[in-house]
Write a protein that binds this ligand. Structure first.
Ligand code: SF4
Length: 347
């Protein structure tokens, strides 16, 4: 088993394996995964220790079995993955490689992303790891055909970052380093081609998250929202998911900001930092809510200009209530969103 590792092999998400026909399965509401989500794989795993991550070094269990974003990620040969991509349904619009903290990962990510670019027709993203990535690696990824990168800052403040990814967990990641590489990434890939992953529900206020979304958007960076959802046997197993209403409000704020319908300075917040006003009239706001698109997953776009990285059920179980809808919400779901978005729920 030990030789099954990158760059010849990769881990792929369950939803990706189903979309590529490498695994049997159907998803709730006929959801489809429009992105080929891959993860670099080594038997020794990731040397980092992020408190909420399924791959964390100190999380019990062998790396091969560790779940990531709450699902199993089976290992497949890259040859088989590339073959399946070239037979994939037309709704598959992008491929993405997520890096881990491992000394071999830079070189292999460049090799794997270059293969995907040369041997398939899909645009390729890389979720980079700023702790190990150098400027030369970013250049090599770009030359290899990568058109977009993601940076998982995840936490809305430096304090929370250090607490859950840095010194607080004896982890290698540093807030300054992440911003330094983020700026280098902007220079190499350009505005609109750099995305930041942000996770709601880690102790930040809605105000802190919205002001970070606004700041990043102002730099030319797109915001990809995720909800905290505990991984079993991880440091944060007992931590609850953020209230649905909180997540809906932050999603709406991101949508209004990135569609130039409002700004964080036009929004109002209560003493707990919860959004109470979005800077639009109530009628206009209800109209935008009824479009439903504000509550769908935010991720890298495909060649059709729509979100490709829709991550079906990556943040919650299949149900009418979704923390990121992987498809446009239907009338029943929009009705539920209307009823809940202004609900004040204790954390
Ligand atoms: S949003 Fe982009 S960088 Fe992030 S996982 Fe999806 S495709 Fe990769």
């Amino acid at each position: 088993m030990s030789e099954q590792q990158s760059p010849e092999y990769a881990k792929i998400s369950n939803a990706t394996a189903i979309s590529l026909g490498l695994m049997q399965g159907r998803m709730y509401r006929e959801a489809v995964n429009r992105c080929v989500n891959l993860l670099v794989h080594y038997p020794e795993g990731c040397s980092a220790n992020c408190a909420y991550c399924g791959l964390a070094k100190n999380r019990p269990g062998s790396y091969r079995e560790k779940s990531f974003i709450h699902v199993a990620w089976p290992v497949f040969p890259m040859d088989e993955i590339i073959g399946a991509i070239n037979q994939a349904p037309s709704y598959v619009k992008r491929a993405c490689i997520s890096m881990i903290t491992n000394g071999k990962c830079n070189r292999h990510t460049i090799d794997m992303s270059t293969r995907l670019n040369h041997e398939t027709a899909l645009p390729v993203s890389v979720l980079i790891n700023p702790t190990i990535v150098e400027n030369a690696d970013l250049m090599a990824m770009k030359e290899g055909g990568v058109d977009k990168i993601g940076v998982a800052i995840d936490l809305a403040t430096q304090e929370l970052f250090e607490k859950y990814r840095g010194k607080g967990v004896s982890g290698p990641h540093r807030w300054e380093r992440y911003w330094e590489v983020l700026n280098k990434g902007l220079k190499v890939f350009g505005k609109g081609n750099v995305g930041v992953h942000l996770m709601v529900g880690m102790g930040e206020t809605e105000k802190q998250m919205v002001s970070l979304v606004d700041r990043l958007w102002g730099m030319g960076i797109v915001n990809h929202l995720f909800s905290f959802l505990a991984e079993n046997a991880s440091r944060l197993t007992d931590r609850p998911q953020p209230p649905w209403s909180t997540y809906l409000r932050v999603q709406l704020a991101r949508y209004l900001i990135e569609n130039k319908l409002s700004k964080s300075q036009d929004m109002a917040f209560d003493t707990e930092g919860r959004i109470t006003e979005f800077g639009l009239t109530r009628d206009r706001l209800q109209e935008v809510i009824d479009w439903g698109s504000a509550f769908t997953t935010s991720g890298c776009l495909g060649s059709d200009g729509r979100v490709a990285c829709n991550r079906p059920f990556g943040n919650c179980l299949p149900d009418v209530k979704q923390w990121n809808y992987p498809y446009p919400p239907n009338l029943e779901e929009i009705g539920l969103i209307r009823q809940n978005i202004f609900r004040i729920e204790e954390k």
